[in-house]
Each structure stands twice: as C-alpha cells, then as structure tokens.
Design a protein around this ligand. Sequence first.
Ligand code: GTP
Ligand code: MG
Length: 294
Amino acid sequence: MSAFRCGTVALAGRPNTGKSSLLNRLVGEKLAIVSPRPQTTRHLVRGVLTSADCQYVFVDAPGWQTRHPGPLNRALNRRAEEAARDGDVVLFVVEPFVFGDADRAVLARIPAAARIVAAVNKLDLVRRATDLLPFVARLDAEKRFEAIVPVSARTGRNVPELLKVLRERLPEGPALYDAEQITDQDERFFAAEILREKLFRSLGEELPYRCEVVLDRFREEGHLRRIEASIWVARESQKAIVIGREGAMLKRIATAARLDMERLFGGKVALAVWVKVRRDWSDDARLLRQLGYA
Ligand SMILES: Nc1nc2c(ncn2[C@@H]2O[C@H](COP(=O)(O)OP(=O)(O)OP(=O)(O)O)[C@@H](O)[C@H]2O)c(=O)[nH]1
Ligand SMILES: [Mg+2]
C-alpha cells in the first residue's frame, strides 16, 4: 500500500462559486453555511476527511471581496489570504463558463509558489461535460494549474476524482486529527453560524451584510441545549426588518435555526434570539476586535 498522506487543502475563489458547498460535500457533513448570496462565509471552517491512505484537512474561506469595501471586508480578505498561504494545496473554485476580473483577483492573491488545483464547480448546470472543454482550455491558459477538475458539489459528481488529484499533491505524513474527528470548531461556533445562515437566506439584498450573530449563552442541561443569541444590526430601521411584522420574520429565522441545530447536535435545543442595534458595527474597529475579526 502507498504511504499515508496528510495535508491542508485551502479553498479559494470569488464569492458564490460554491466553496462552502464543496467543502460540505468533500467531508460528507454540513459544516460550512451556504446561501445563494455572495459573501456568506466569514470564518475559516476546517473540515477533515480521513480515508485509508490520506487525511485531508479542508479549509473553507471567505470569497474574495470586492463589492463591499470597509474594515470587515478587509478582515475577511486577510482571512482568505491567510488560508491560501497556509495550505499545502489551494483548491481554486470557479463556476462553469465564468472567468472574469473577480476570479483573476483571487489568483493574484495566491502565493506564487502554491500548488493550485482548479475545480469547475456546478457541473450539474452544464448540459454535456464536453461543453466545458473550451472553458477548461481557457482556464489552462490563465495559469499553470496542477489540474482542472469539473465537479458538482450538489450531486457529488466527480468528487472521488477530485480527491484523488488532491491526494497526489499532499505531503506524506501521519494524520493530524483522529480518524473520526471531522472539524475542530465547537458547538457554540456552529450554533452562531447556523443562525447567520438563516439570516442570509431570509433577508433581502444588502441586509445580511449588516448583520452579525453573537452567542450570549450556551448551556447544556441534560439532553437540552439552552442557547441565547443576539443578532446585531447596524441601524434601528434594520432591526424592524429583522423582527418583521408582529415578530414573524424573527420567529421564522429562529425556528429554522433551531431545527438545524437539533439535527446537527442530535438533541433538543431551546433557542432565544434578540435583535440589537450596534451602530455601524462593521466599521467599528473595537467591535470588530470583540467579534474576533481583527
Ligand atoms: N447547481 C449548483 N449549485 C451550487 C453548487 N454548489 C453550490 N451551489 C449553489 O451556489 C450558491 C453559493 O454556494 P456557497 O457554497 O455558499 O458558495 P461560496 O463560494 O461558499 O460563497 P461565499 O461564502 O459567499 O464566498 C448556493 O446557492 C449553492 O446552493 C453545485 O454544484 N451546483
Ligand atoms: Mg462560503
């Protein structure tokens, strides 16, 4: 049998290409939050996959931000850069037939010495795989990729091929994590992320970017997890929207979050959520530090 390999695969790409969906598919568990809106991911989420001959440590990262300038997004871009710098391999994720300035900006941030594998995700949206050939040729002309692999996070198509290509580029060495460990983030982290996912999925265009979730309390009482969380918004008017008419929006968001938490944690959750105004929090260096972005 060939030697055991272990290493880090950092996901990179412009917002919305499906990096988080792909991480979830690769690991086989929903760890990273996903939404149809760009710029959903704010934290580096590690997902570990251990096979007989390899341990892959995938790191999901924020999409490279060009749209909403400001201190928060500068911090998110720093995170994305840090992940790409620290990976043994960078998995650069693009969408079929789309390669533009936003994608090029991501490539420009990846260290020159990095080994980069390109994944053309959302293959399920392509009628025939051969339709992709001209696009693959175009990508190939952009950069010296180690390989270009079409894949679908949605259906799982070609995921085994992608894993094989990645394994060949990881260093030989012992596993860093126990075989059954799939992440190093704790339940508190996932509770906050799940609630933020529901905000991204429920709220209109710009509002999700003005929201943050802060966990105030997480207590286990037997099989019950008692969770208290705050949704920070930047202005009073946003608070009214998040709460909704007679509290309907907040109720919908909290219920969806609670159900997901119960599924992930495998037990009952009592969830209480408050909406608080933290004026212009995403421009406030002190608050950003408090949130762990600085
Ligand atoms: N059809 C199709 N849609 C996908 C696939 N992968 C992801 N998506 C969709 O693409 C959208 C963005 O997915 P995410 O995984 O949140 O994308 P991301 O790259 O992590 O985005 P950011 O975190 O904002 O940078 C969601 O609506 C996903 O459901 C895929 O393989 N096929
Ligand atoms: Mg993401």
